[in-house]
Structures are given as C-alpha cells and as structure tokens.
Design a protein around this ligand. Sequence first.
Ligand code: NAP
Length: 301
Amino acid sequence: MKAVVIHETGDPDVLRYEDADRPVPGDGEVLIRVHAASVNPADWKNRRGSGDRPLPRVLGIDISGTVEGSRADGFAAGEPVFGMSASGGYAEYSTASAAVIARKPEGVSHEQAATIPVAGGTAWQALFDRGGLHGGQTALVAGAAGGVGHFAVQFAKVAGARAIGTGSTPNRDFVLGLGADEYVDYTHQDVGEAVRGADVALDTVGGDTTAALVAAVREDGMLVTIAAAPPEEAARERGVRAEVLVNSPNPQQLARIAELVAGGDVHVEIAEAMPLADAKRAHELSEGGHVRGKLVLTLAA
Ligand SMILES: NC(=O)c1ccc[n+]([C@@H]2O[C@H](COP(=O)([O-])OP(=O)(O)OC[C@H]3O[C@@H](n4cnc5c(N)ncnc54)[C@H](OP(=O)(O)O)[C@@H]3O)[C@@H](O)[C@H]2O)c1
C-alpha cells in the first residue's frame, strides 16, 4: 500500500510517500481502507520527535474509511467508519481498535468525518466533560478559527450557550458566521482585557494566551487548556479552576458529533483537501499556525 512514513524525526522533508506493508489488525481491531485522513498539530509534533511508536512509523491519527476486515464484534466488512487509527492514518489501509471508532452516517462525507475524532472530540470533552458548560452560560474559545476552536464555537451554540471566539482580523467574519456572539481580534485587543466573566474558557493557542485567559474567566469558572500547561498559580489567585485536557477517544461522542454534522447543525470547515502524496505541504501549512478549520488528505476511493 502507499503510505506517508517517517524513518527519522525532523522537518517536513522526513515525510516519505512510499510503499509500506499493509498493517495487520490484532484482536479487537478492524482493518480500514482509508478514504480520508485529517491533519492535526499532533502529527507534526510527532514528526518532530514526540510520540513513542517505533520508527519507521506511518503518521496520522484521524481517519475515515470502509471496514476491510474485522477481528472485533460489532463491525462488518464494507461498513463506513471513522475514528482514531492505531497503525497510522496517512495510509491506504489502517488498523483501529473497535472501541474507538464509530459508524459514519450517510450524510457525512469521509473528508468531513476524518476531521472529527481529534478536533471535534477534544472540543466536546473540553467544553462539556471538563468545563461542564450548559445552556445560558458563556464559553470563550481562544483560537476559534482552528480545528478544535471552530468545532468548540459551534458546540457551545448547540448547547444553548453564548460563544466568544478569538482570532486574527481575517477570521472575524468566519467565526461570527459559525454563530459566535462576539469576536476578539487578538491583533488589536488583549483577550484578558476584552472579556470578563466567562464560565468556561478553552485555550487552544498556548503561549502568552494561556495566562491572559485567566482574567477573562469568572470566579470558580473553568479554564481548560489543551496546548499548554494550565497557569495554576495565577488561576488559584483569582479563584479560577485551570486544568489541562488530553483527548480520550469516545465513540459515542464521535457519533453524536457526526449526527450534528449530518443534520447541518455543525459545519466542518475544510481549508483544503489534498492528495495523500501532498502530506509535506499539509504539514508546512499546519505548522504555519493559521489554518482555518481542517486540512484533509484524501485517498483514491
Ligand atoms: N490536548 C489534546 O488532547 C489536544 C487535542 C487537540 C489539539 N491539541 C493541541 O491544541 C492546539 C490547537 O489544535 P488545532 O487542531 O485547533 O490547531 P490549528 O487548527 O492548527 O489552529 C490554527 C488556528 O489557530 C489560530 N491562532 C493562532 N494563533 C492564535 C492566537 N494568538 N489567538 C487566537 N487564535 C490563534 C489561527 O487563527 P488566526 O489565523 O486567526 O490566528 C488558526 O485558525 C495544538 O497545539 C494541538 O496540538 C491538543
């Protein structure tokens, strides 16, 4: 099969589009013929050296495709599924634990479904499982135009909450178009000065943004970070709870998010869909830090 493989960690040049062995599913796993794989910052962090799977390694986590063979209950050959890959998603075939995948509804394309597991799942868990967000509250999403952020803004609105998004000037109309009630342009305003009293803040940005968000959260509110350590001391001083979230795969949540996409309640923004062979360009774009929505790698059907 064709796959994007790294034999060493490093810059985007280490990505090789080449022939690789088809992975073999273990007990409880399915073999998936991949139709689309989405790109996450975790992929290029992994390429640079994070992660502990042995080299050579197929990169990529998020996949959507068709079950080719199954060593697990509940999934039969031919079924369209999406979720997190075990063997690496940038490949024509990938294995996944049956415990972490969900059926893809008909009204959702493989390209759309492949964007959901990491970005959608993380947004959902940050706002609801960790943040406890509910209708009538206010969610502040830093990085609202990104993969995680654009899902988070829309999930907050679906839950009946108010959503405030942050981003740069060119993303204002995009984020407001997703349903955000307010937009803070970080090139003109400091989010910690512009916003007060948020019940839940989700930091997808890291760096200086993480600490700045503390002032925007109400006392006893929650700051959930996914890209940096929580600013524990500053948060404690203001009576704000601050916690880091690490995504844990949850197929029920994936199915719920896919339903929202199928029903038109949540829009998946695909910045660009490109062939698997263009993974290097996709990484360069993602590492630039300003992709709107998601990048998707497509495979021949
Ligand atoms: N802990 C976990 O389980 C977990 C899960 C998923 C992701 N993450 C991490 O979370 C981070 C975000 O992931 P992602 O997939 O959403 O990334 P992404 O899609 O690459 O994020 C890009 C977006 O970030 C925005 N951005 C950049 N600088 C900003 C700033 N100073 N303020 C506001 N927005 C800014 C950009 O908007 P502009 O162009 O308008 O600046 C762009 O739309 C990554 O570090 C990723 O590794 C962690």
